[in-house]
Design a protein. Structure first.
Length: 273
């Protein structure tokens, strides 16, 4: 087990992403953390990445946003979609197009991890909006990235997705099973990745403890939202918690938002584009 743990930890410490991707992620986090950020700031981040820019324009011309006039420029596309929506879409683009696909994960694995991440992100954002406790945009982004540690298992361990299915069907704790089998869990591996990729400290803390453990008081509210959304996604909920009541009431709206994002990225049960 110790050798496998060392291999997984080493993989997390050495996993590379494209330098341009790292630059986009770093600058996106700055914008997300700045309440005074603008279209101009976001435009400066993505205008030199042709793939991201083209995708934003394509999405703006989709049935979800189109107003009947074809859009050709990035600036017009962002105005059509709205600032907050563009930030969400760009972060999703970075995650699914540049991270999951760049690592050449199997289509079914991309779909599984992506759909879960989007559901938790949408649910956590809904909670933040209803409880007025945190910035919904920040919560969406943290929740979208909460399971990045699973990437290391997927590219290192065979049949990891079978372990996830087994754990969920039996109502067991995934990270506890991971520690027993591999000597580490996706929380620890995700934390290592988040530090390597220079995520904000609060993001790293939520990733590290989204299943178990506590964080510093200033991050406690964020953790509670992400943890509640994650539990709700696997039906591991507590009816007495106010978050559960809100999520049950808003479930249909959350599912519609998840479906919208999946369709925008053309990801569905039949695979990727």
């Amino acid at each position: 087990m110790e050798n496998l743990r060392e291999e997984l930890i080493d993989k997390a410490k050495t996993l590379r992403v494209l330098p341009t991707l790292h630059s986009i992620i770093e600058r996106l986090f700055v914008i997300l953390d700045d309440k005074n950020s603008s279209f101009s700031d976001l435009n400066d981040v993505i205008k030199y990445d042709q793939a991201v820019s083209s995708k934003i324009i394509s999405i703006a011309n989709s049935a979800y946003y189109s107003r009947g006039i074809e859009i050709f420029s990035l600036q017009r596309a962002m105005i059509t979609m709205g600032f907050e929506e563009v930030k969400n879409i760009v972060m999703c683009l970075v995650f699914v197009e540049n991270v999951l696909k760049e690592l050449k994960l199997r289509t079914d694995i991309i779909l599984e991890l992506w759909k879960h991440s989007v559901f938790v992100a949408c649910a956590a954002r809904t909670l933040a909006g209803r409880m007025f406790s945190e910035d919904p945009q920040k919560v969406f982004t943290i929740a979208l990235l909460h399971d990045i540690g699973k990437i290391i298992f997927y590219i290192t361990v065979e049949n990891y997705n079978e372990l996830i299915a087994k754990v969920h069907s039996k109502g067991k704790s995934l990270n506890r099973e991971e520690r027993e089998i591999y000597g580490t869990d996706h929380e620890e591996l995700g934390y290592i990745l988040s530090v390597k990729w220079q995520f904000p400290e609060e993001f790293s803390q939520i990733i590290r403890y989204h299943h178990d453990g506590k964080v510093a008081g200033k991050h406690e509210s964020l953790l509670r939202l992400v943890r509640a959304a994650d539990r709700f996604s696997t039906a591991s909920v507590h009816d007495s918690e106010p978050e559960t009541f809100i999520l049950l009431k808003e479930r249909d709206g959350i599912m519609k938002e998840v479906e919208k994002i999946m369709n925008i990225f053309q990801l569905n049960s039949h695979g990727t584009r």
